[in-house]
Design a protein around this ligand. Structure first.
Ligand code: NAD
Length: 355
């Protein structure tokens, strides 16, 4: 299995090191050989090559079985023009790899209930929501521009979706729903937007192929409210790029810490891009304080979705649960009576739990 590894900037190298430890352990226990190749992207690539996503990086990623990414960005590069900023590398790699479905699980480990912003009675026995966000279409990639209108300067962006773009992401969501509680919530704004009306039509058409999955629709404004009011009504959510960007951040905060949440971005084949949902946290870089769990859980998603190793993926997730159960916490999830550990120790403890 060829894994392209992009440590990136800030805490990226710190957390990626922990995920590699875990994968090395998985490789021994599950007798799978991983071949890692480290590549530059983001600020690290700008400093060395003048661009956030060097062609060679994209080429190697395309020829790999999976890509594991830390995070990119930092103040140093904030004043560069948009197309040269580290974040342009992120959009470029997603588009370049054709990963159109972004899977963001919002899982609340029962040990961390008190870290959630919601009351315990709303959380019940925990949360496990999977947000499937369309990643390479919609308003983030539509035409945009500036013009002079009758009231002076105007700016415009376009939300556009083709039926085939909706269909392929809907299919990913239905497949995932089928493996979970067989419930899918499609979120749109079909009362106002024409692109949402097409979205809904296509999702309903795909639903005919999945009679075993119960499909429901919800407007995005209501969904934003329902996620706080009664998050346990959701299992799998599918939505557009922009709505998904906002709702998945909201869903993630239900679980307490950014440092806990992984993501996977998938395309047509098995090649996927796996990364924590948080950024490069420059304030913590190199201080042995970052929580590596989001990245380690991203590696677990890689084992599940790109390598079809449910057994190994589940072993990594169980190892994380065990270490939390034993009371070990990085500073971002620290609670009274628990034992404070750094990035490296957290990585070591999780690694040691994989037997
Ligand atoms: P951030 O996610 O980096 O940090 C937000 C807050 O969460 C900070 O207080 C940080 O210390 C904390 N935090 C984040 N990850 C953590 C972890 N693993 N453990 C403990 N605490 C953690 O977001 P930001 O501060 O808005 O952005 C910092 C940089 O990251 C910016 O340059 C931004 O553009 C970039 N960014 C990159 C990505 C990505 O690479 N996918 C995503 C978001 C932001």
């Amino acid at each position: 299995m060829k894994i392209a590894v992009i440590p990136g900037d800030g805490i990226g190298p710190d957390i990626i090191r922990q995920a590699r430890k875990v994968l090395n352990r998985v490789s021994k226990v599950y007798k799978t050989a991983f071949e890692f190749q480290e590549l530059p992207m983001g600020g690290a690539a700008i400093d060395k090559f003048g661009v956030p996503l060097p062609e060679e990086t994209l080429k190697v990623c395309k020829n790999s079985d999976a890509v594991l990414l830390g995070a990119v960005g930092g103040e140093k590069w904030d004043n560069l023009p948009g197309h040269l900023r580290p974040e342009a590398g992120l959009l470029g790699i997603r588009k370049g790899l054709g990963v159109f479905a972004n899977l963001r699980p919002a899982i609340l480990f029962p040990q961390l209930k008190s870290a959630s912003a919601l009351k315990e009675e709303v959380l019940g026995d925990g949360l496990d929501i999977m947000v499937v966000r369309e990643l390479t279409g919609g308003i983030y990639f539509g035409q945009r521009g500036r013009r002079t209108g009758s009231f002076g300067q105007e700016a415009w962006d376009t939300e556009a979706y083709s039926a085939s773009e909706v269909e392929r992401v809907a299919r990913v969501a239905f497949e995932i729903a089928r493996k979970r509680k067989k419930k899918l919530m499609s979120i749109d704004k079909a009362n106002v937007l024409e692109s949402s009306r097409l979205w809904r039509e296509v999702v309903c058409k795909v639903a005919e192929e999945y009679p075993d999955v119960a499909l429901e629709h919800m407007y995005v404004d209501n969904a934003a409210m329902q996620l706080i009011r009664n998050p346990r009504q959701f299992d799998v959510i599918v939505t557009t790029n922009m709505f998904g960007d906002i709702l998945s951040d909201e869903a993630s905060m239900l679980t307490g810490s950014l440092g806990m949440l992984p993501s996977a971005s998938l395309g047509e084949g098995k090649l996927g891009l796996y990364e924590p949902i948080h950024g490069s946290a420059p304030d913590l870089a190199g201080l042995n304080k970052a929580n590596p769990i989001a990245t380690i859980l991203s590696a677990a998603m890689m084992l599940r979705y790109s390598f079809d190793r449910e057994d190994a993926a589940a072993a990594v997730e169980t190892a994380v649960g065990n270490v939390l159960e034993q009371g070990f916490r990085t500073p971002d999830i620290m609670q009274p009576g628990m034992m404070l550990v750094g990035t490296e120790e957290m990585g070591d403890k999780i690694t040691a739990e994989i037997n």
